[in-house]
Design a protein around this ligand. Sequence first.
Ligand code: 3SL
Length: 220
Amino acid sequence: MVVVIDILRATSSITTAIAHGVEAIKPVESLVECRQLMMDGHIGAAERGGKKVGGFEVGNSPFSYMNPEFEDKKIAMTTTNGTVTLKKSKGALQVLVGSFLNYSALLSYLERLPCDVLLHCAGWKGKVNMEDTLFAGAIIYGLKQMFEYNSDAPMMAANLYKQAKNNLKAAIEDSSHVSRLIKLGLEKDVDFCLKFDEYKVIPILKGEYITKLKLSDMLF
Ligand code: 3SL
């Protein structure tokens, strides 16, 4: 079982889109593939370096996925790190999408699971980042010793979260990606992505598409 985490902003945007009625999201790595799918009837969503890529319908702001016109539609999405991490997670027993926005829903599923869980943080271009580590820590903290750790990394993430949990924004405000998004005028996206439990959905990557986890998908 893998939980993909890209708090700013891919997994927060995917959670928002699925909660707002998007039928399915196909994560793809290249702009070329995304453009091809757009020509084949998908809504095209593309972000690079925090910016919406010209020629596509949306970028990666969670607010752009609250659009009622996207209900029951399919989206092809490519982002700098999040969609790459989703593709790399393929082959796991299940691939779930995690964010603060669906924290409690995800936690209550994970705590009943009879299997190992890998928290797969997207980071930024292969490097660790604060916001994904904090969310991984929030999950580990929430699971309260129900799992054994296979290294010290989960304990480190949980300790970081414990120190930061009363003011997550302060903990990440000097981080690399928050600084990048603020320079782009996207602080409201940061604030939204740090909100707990806006939604109850758990997006799941099944085959090529991310959809809403249904009762029949549950492993217990
Ligand atoms: O890297 C990603 O997948 C994005 O979430 C980055 S951004 O927040 O859209 O800049």
